[in-house]
Ligand binder design. Structure first.
Ligand code: ZN
Ligand code: ZN
Ligand code: ZN
Length: 432
């Protein structure tokens, strides 16, 4: 795709018929309402080749999402949403924007045209994203412009010059950006955008569940590979490096974490790989995950045994854990409170005398983020609904000795629950 820039007018992506979806919603001499202060506007005219490239991703990013987000924002009394790079922005626009110091921000008024504000140098990148298929103007700003004033102006324009009283800002917006937006919009109370977008993102579309299934299948293949490796005599770090390579080789574009907790290190749930040398008779907790090119995350834990010397008490502990994980998956059903899933695992573990050693919630939602709503924890009475995807990962940790965890991603379907990870959950002895 060839890009021609006409400064102060347009950035035109040549090579095809010109699509004018951005003009339809914001008519005006420069594709949108005049901005009284702030920055030069550099609207983008999108070419059909850009639109065609994004067609494959269309079903992952349906165009009605913006309307649903607007309705939800209005219902929450917000004048609009301001979303910087991250999962919320990608969810609504399909744009996987780099989270850098230059401001990228979707301005989505609850009532009025939306605009995606991007640094000029990233206009081609934004224009090549599925965002071009949406009724939002893509607006560039120059290095010497004030993008915060530009964002504020766009929001005020949508309110016909009125002062916004409340805006939802991305949960993961950098604090420095939130502060500058607060200064640019002093009338607007800032609330976390997750209050509005969390409930929408929690229920996945069929396309999203498929994307999560592909991620789960990819991480299953990594665990499967690992079962053929010899771990004894190697450090956790060395094994973790091989796992990271395999995560990428098996269809992820990013490695999110590699936990290799051998022996006593397995008793620390979020232990990361260390220089400890893996020994005979170690139990090894391997919790791994990445993000696929589609943007969806995998997260799966299996516990291994090095050699066939089972540490004292470990077989009993693992049998209880295995049963608890199964029980938690089995109660998944539309209408059941999320906390029931936690209770199903915890009650069994507690009854077996290990309750004090199960030190974390049973799971977390997963999607564009590896940890998102719903939280599978006591006190979360939110009813499960079809399309909700979350981890079921009870663990039992005996400090100084060993730990064990089993984790699958589960989707709530009309008739119950379905595990997206298919690899068996038996305690697997590796060659010692
Ligand atoms: Zn965790
Ligand atoms: Zn995990
Ligand atoms: Zn997890």
């Amino acid at each position: 795709m060839e890009i021609t820039t006409f400064y102060d007018q347009w950035v035109i992506l040549t090579g095809g018929m010109v699509a004018i979806n951005c003009w339809l919603v914001t008519p005006g001499p420069f594709g949108g309402p005049a901005v009284s202060e702030g920055a030069t506007r550099l609207p983008v005219v999108t070419a059909t080749d850009a639109a065609e490239e994004s067609c494959a991703a269309e079903s992952l990013y349906p165009v009605d999402r913006l309307a649903r987000a607007r309705t939800a924002a209005a219902g929450a009394g917000l004048d609009g949403l301001l979303l910087t790079p991250g999962a919320d922005l990608r969810y609504l626009t399909g744009y996987d924007a780099p989270p850098l110091e230059r401001l990228t921000c979707l301005v989505l008024p609850s009532d009025g045209p939306g605009a995606l504000v991007v640094p000029e140098l990233e206009l081609p990148r934004a224009a090549a994203s599925p965002a071009t298929d949406l009724a939002v103007d893509i607006v560039g700003w120059r290095e010497t412009d004030d993008p915060f004033a530009l964002v504020a102006g766009l929001l005020r324009d949508a309110l016909d010059g009125g002062k916004p009283a409340a805006v939802g800002i991305a949960d993961r917006m950098w604090a420095v950006q939130a502060m500058r937006l607060a200064a640019a919009l002093p009338s607007a109370r800032q609330v976390p955008a997750s209050t509005v977008l969390g409930p929408l993102r929690m229920r996945k579309s069929a396309a999203e569940v498929d994307a999560l299934r592909r991620a789960a299948t990819a991480i299953d293949r990594v665990h499967e590979q690992l079962r053929g490796w010899r771990l004894v005599g190697r450090t956790e770090l060395e094994v973790a490096r091989d796992i990271a390579d395999a995560i990428l080789a098996e269809g992820h574009s990013r490695v999110n974490f590699v936990i290799v907790g051998s022996g006593p290190n397995g008793a620390s749930p979020h232990h990361e790989a260390s220089p400890r040398v893996i020994e005979h008779g170690d139990a090894v907790v391997v919790d791994i995950g990445g993000t696929t090119a589609e943007g969806y995350c995998s997260d799966s834990t299996r516990t291994y045994l090095v050699g066939d010397d089972v540490p004292t008490g470990f077989a009993d502990l693992y049998a209880v854990l295995h049963e608890a994980q199964l029980a938690a998956c089995a109660v998944v059903q539309p209408g059941v409170p999320v906390e029931t899933v936690d209770a199903a695992a915890r009650d069994l573990i507690t009854a077996a005398g290990y309750g004090e050693l199960f030190v974390h919630r049973t799971g977390h939602g997963i999607g564009l983020e590896e940890h998102e709503q719903p939280w599978v924890v006591a006190g979360n009475a939110e009813p499960l609904a079809p399309g909700m995807t979350f981890s079921v990962e009870p663990g039992i940790y005996l400090p100084g000795r060993y730990g064990a965890r089993i984790e699958d991603i589960v989707v709530c379907i009309e008739t119950g629950g379905e595990r997206l990870n298919a690899l068996d959950r038996n305690l697997v002895p590796l060659e010692g």
